[in-house]
Design a protein around this ligand. Structure first.
Ligand code: HMG
Ligand code: MG
Length: 308
């Protein structure tokens, strides 16, 4: 089996990571986090979400964050837009890439964006149309691809249906979200197989939360299926406010370590990434969740303690 020679990592920490924080995170810290991630070599950094501040107050400073980011020329800074109101605000802020987010489960769709799956697709259509006119790229998310916090099991065919609808609409890429991190490698493969019958493999991304510690195993399974795009979050930050109990995304540090070990170059400086994870964890008053980061820190301390 041949693994992809190149992998693109989409850093979602500043959005997925910070949208669920109980203590407010200042705009300044968010902007600094994005700057550090760019310096570490991330080429796609999901910056914020133009969602309702009543639903997700953590993202209420979306326009301020977007305006203050020092935009590196070779880095994309996508933002979430659930409806035309969000899209128009993102456009006014100067966004060049947006993401619409649907779900493979009816209950999650209602809890997260207050509409059915069908209604959500009708809501996304004008966004994709307007984005085309404005020459803005649109990424499509499907949540609950390996389980729903309200309905339990989700059928691969239900995931494929929504993924296909989003790709047919004009999304350039579909990110498959294991929102509650319930997936295991074989189930991940079955789900990808169903989606890949409808969406070209090159346009599929894996977005795995690490609630049960299976995210890197699921990434490895996805690589074996030919997937070459993964979303992750520095220091494993994250969770969804509408998926209680779900933990953070797979840590970007862990993904970089896995890929490097497989001989796949990511262009990301692991040391700079670990430093960024340590920095943001300190701001949030917690230890880095990434096992790789903790091991790198321990190795550094051991080396520093050795006589020259
Ligand atoms: P609604 O209440 O049905 O919206 O929410 P509405 O259209 O009826 O409007 C109600 C009020 O919200 C109005 O204000 C609107 O102006 C305002 P009022 O007149 O009452 O003062 N409003 C907005 N304000 C700012 N920006 C907007 C916007 N839209 C309406 N864009 C809505 C529907 C979609 C807005 C709401 O449900 C929402 O914002 N949901 C977002 C939830 C969210 O962000 N969840 C987390 C992201 S998804 C995720 O984490 C999963 C993912 O990571 C993948 C995975 O892991 O699976 C992507
Ligand atoms: Mg997520």
């Amino acid at each position: 089996m041949t693994l992809p020679s190149k992998v693109r990592i989409v850093e979602v920490g500043p959005r997925d990571g910070l949208q669920n924080e109980k203590t407010p995170v200042s705009t300044k810290i968010k902007v600094e986090l994005i700057r550090r991630l760019g310096k570490a070599g991330l080429k796609s950094i999901e910056a914020t979400a133009f969602v309702s501040p009543k639903w997700v107050p953590q993202m209420a400073d979306n326009a301020d964050v977007f305006a203050a980011i020092e935009k590196l020329p070779d880095v994309a800074y996508p933002v979430l837009t659930p409806n035309m109101q969000g899209f128009e605000a993102a456009l006014a802020a100067g966004a060049k890439e947006v993401a619409v987010f649907g779900a493979a489960s009816e209950s999650f769709s209602r809890k997260n964006i207050n509409c059915s799956i069908t209604e959500s697709l009708e809501r996304f259509r004008p966004i994709v149309e307007a984005a085309k006119t404005a020459e803005i790229k649109v990424r499509g998310y499907v949540s609950c691809v390996l389980g729903c916090p309200y309905e339990g099991e989700v059928m691969p065919l239900a995931v494929a249906d929504v993924a296909q609808a989003l790709i047919d609409m004009g999304c350039y890429e579909i990110s498959l979200g294991d929102t509650i991190g319930a997936g295991t490698p074989e189930r991940t493969k079955d789900m990808i197989e169903a989606v890949a019958r409808r969406v070209p493999l090159k346009k599929i991304a894996g977005h795995y939360h690490d609630t049960f510690g299976m995210a890197t195993a699921n990434i490895y399974a996805s690589l074996q299926m030919g997937i070459g795009i993964f979303d992750s979050s520095v220091s494993g930050l994250g969770g969804c406010p509408y998926a209680v109990g779900a933990s953070g995304n797979v840590a970007t540090e862990d993904v970089v370590w896995l890929l490097t070990g497989l001989g796949i170059d990511t262009g990301i400086d692991l040391d700079a990434l670990v430093d960024t994870g340590v920095w943001i964890s300190k701001q949030l008053k917690r230890e880095p969740a990434s096992r790789v980061a903790r091991a790198v820190i321990a190795r550094r301390a051991m080396r520093a303690a050795q006589p020259a």
